[in-house]
Design a protein around this ligand. Structure first.
Ligand SMILES: Nc1ncnc2c1ncn2[C@@H]1O[C@H](COP(=O)(O)OP(=O)(O)O)[C@@H](O)[C@H]1O
Ligand SMILES: [Mg+2]
Length: 252
């Protein structure tokens, strides 16, 4: 039985998409069937695995009930990795979903069967706590929170944890926090070390041991439509995401 992970943090640019794409690719590389679901209208995860922004049907049709996950999920160029692509139309779902009673369950219902087919399903969330992210948190078993190693990293985490508690209480009692992962860590700076220490002291049980370094191979990989493990398998970034994938799989 597979598990569904939401990759969430309402801050933009903290490494959600990078983590979703690279974790999905590492899990697929290990031979497990994985599904990457892009629920961000920016489509960065979709483009990051080499797909276009206007594939039909996409996650918009999945949420509106016009298509099933079997129709929306497409095979990527990577073995074992399937993708439910986003499109810019998804921005409309932010407006339309709140008008429909019970709409926070749309994604959960649409993904009902994925645990049978995929060992891991990763949901790449947009940078907000709006209806799309709430749908992801309702559909997920676990949430993984990337935290950028920079000043203000902790700002907003309290709001995110409040939202998680609310979702757990009202909508999805099964939801647990898989962990927080420190991203874009620059070991040369004192600031990054201080921020990492602060995050670990605030959330002692929650932070993954693996730290994702700031690495140029990670940032250039999406322009080739590839995860870093295929763009440069020998880079520090590739090694870090492999480690993280192992830790996620071990923690369960
Ligand atoms: N470890 C890293 N090293 C270098 N650049 C990174 C790293 N992680 C993410 N980036 C870059 O930072 C930017 C924001 O990352 P992204 O994953 O898109 O964040 P989010 O999805 O949270 O908005 C992107 O340009 C991405 O390529
Ligand atoms: Mg993103």
């Amino acid at each position: 039985m597979g598990a569904i992970y939401a990759i969430a943090n309402q801050k933009g640019g903290v490494g959600k998409t990078t983590t979703a794409v690279n974790l999905a690719a590492c899990i697929a590389e290990a031979g497990y069937d994985s599904l990457l679901v892009d629920i961000d209208p920016q489509c960065n995860a979709t483009v990051g695995v080499g797909l276009g922004k206007h594939i039909e049907p996409n996650v918009y049709e999945l949420l509106s009930g016009e298509a099933t996950i079997d129709q929306v999920a497409v095979a990527s160029a990577i073995d074992h990795l399937w993708v439910a692509p986003a499109s810019p139309d998804l921005a409309g779902a932010n407006v339309e979903l709140p008008r429909i009673p019970g709409s926070e369950n749309r994604l959960k219902e649409a993904l009902r069967t994925v645990r049978e087919r995929f060992a891991f399903t990763l949901l790449d969330c947009p940078p907000s706590l709006g209806p799309l992210t709430v749908n992801a948190l309702v559909a997920a078993d676990r949430v993984l929170v990337p935290v950028q190693a920079e000043y203000f990293a902790l700002e907003g985490l309290a709001g995110l944890l409040d939202t998680l508690s609310l979702v757990q209480r009202e909508l999805n009692p099964r939801l647990t926090i898989a962990g927080m992962v420190v991203t874009m860590y620059d070991s040369r700076t004192r600031l990054a070390q201080d921020v990492q220490n602060e995050i670990r002291s605030h959330f002692p049980q929650l932070v993954f041991d693996t730290v994702i370094p700031r690495n140029v191979r990670i940032s250039e990989a999406p322009s080739y439509g590839k995860p870093v493990i295929h763009h440069d398998p020998h880079s520090a970034g590739a090694a870090a995401y492999f480690e993280l994938a192992k830790e996620v799989a071990t923690r369960g």
